[in-house]
Design a protein around this ligand. Structure first.
Ligand SMILES: NC(=[NH2+])NCCC[C@H](N)C(=O)O
Ligand SMILES: [Mn+2]
Ligand SMILES: [Mn+2]
Length: 314
């Protein structure tokens, strides 16, 4: 383990794994198998190898709400199911975080971040969010085209929906625009572009990664949300931020993404701040593409987590 001291976690440093076999935030089956594959690939032993104490007592259990009992609310698909699962995930993440452990949430689709970030903010009200993704996931109930809630968690966390949706009233819209920063964006819907402008949320798209290089981009991102490097950091990593040649097995791949090293650099640099308090690794879908692609994507998912939890190259 690197000599980095984490200022928010209790010793012995403990990762509490929240495996979330959930796919209700988007239509493609298989993303619910992501956490199972990540664990079966040996991720937990790898973390033990980095000197983490690892808590894992099986994947997160939740009650299924069937489509028949979950008609759309406006355009939102599976709204009650997504909401219930995220609410339970929020409680679990909050519980771990309040004990000084690091919740490591394995998705599952990215709607789960509504839960994980709610949980983090309940335990660490001062936290900032670093969101690594091809997508902004900030559509509102009004702007969404797809109705897939994995494209909307940030809007709920920030309270951007003009009409309150009672099913989601448990979400405390505590995330402020200056406490989230994006890296890796390249497929942002028109309505989302407008929201980013209006809220003034800082975003480093692939254009900025090309222009400045990943080292400078991460530094600028941290300077924005965490200028004194004294705030807890929640890192939410959607594997589709990586180029599809690096992480092919994901539901909404977009070409022109982060290289293998750029993705890992982000994780390493955030660990080096000593401020990481929660990590999400989302959207690994082992049902998509051939067996080699699946193996490659799962392996990259594991190595991103290791980098974020202190693995170094030397
Ligand atoms: N977490 C993701 N992969 N999100 C993809 C979102 C795609 C699109 N913007 C939508 O709203 O449906
Ligand atoms: Mn994405
Ligand atoms: Mn996403």
């Amino acid at each position: 383990m690197s000599p980095i001291v984490n200022r928010f976690l209790k010793a012995p440093m403990t990762a509490s794994v929240v495996g979330c076999p959930f796919s209700g935030g988007q239509p493609r089956l298989g993303v619910d198998k992501g956490p199972i594959h990540l664990v079966e690939a040996g991720l937990l032993d790898q973390l033990v190898g980095l000197d983490w104490k690892v808590n894992f007592d099986g994947h997160h259990q939740f009650e299924e709400i069937t489509a028949a009992n979950d008609p759309p609310i406006g355009k939102l698909k599976n709204p009650r199911f997504v909401s219930k699962v995220c609410e339970s995930v929020a409680k679990v993440v909050e519980g771990h975080a309040k004990k000084g452990e690091l919740p490591l949430t394995l998705g599952g689709d990215h709607s789960l971040a509504m839960g994980t970030i709610s949980g983090t903010l309940a335990a660490h009200p001062d936290a900032c969010v670093i969101w690594i993704d091809a997508h902004a996931d900030i559509n509102t109930a009004e702007t969404t085209d797809s109705g897939n809630i994995h494209g909307m968690p940030v809007s709920f966390l920030m309270g951007l929906n003009s009409q309150t949706i009672p099913e989601f009233s448990w979400v405390n819209p505590a995330l402020k625009p200056d406490r989230i920063v994006y890296i890796g964006l390249r497929d942002v819907d028109q309505g989302e572009k407008r929201i980013l402008k209006e809220t003034g949320i800082k975003a480093f798209s692939m254009h900025e990664v090309d222009k400045y290089g990943i080292g400078k981009v991460v530094e600028m991102a941290l300077d924005h949300v965490n200028p004194k490097r004294d705030r807890p950091i929640h890192l939410s990593f959607d594997v589709d931020a990586l180029d599809p040649s690096v992480a092919p097995s994901t539901g909404t791949p977009v070409r022109g993404g982060l290289t293998f090293r750029e993705g890992h650099y982000i994780c390493e640099a955030i660990w080096e701040t000593g401020c990481l308090v929660a990590l999400d690794l989302m959207e690994v879908n082992p049902s998509l593409e051939d067996a080699d692609s699946v193996q490659q994507t799962v392996a990259v998912g594991c190595s991103l987590v290791r980098s974020a939890l202190g693995e170094t190259l030397l």
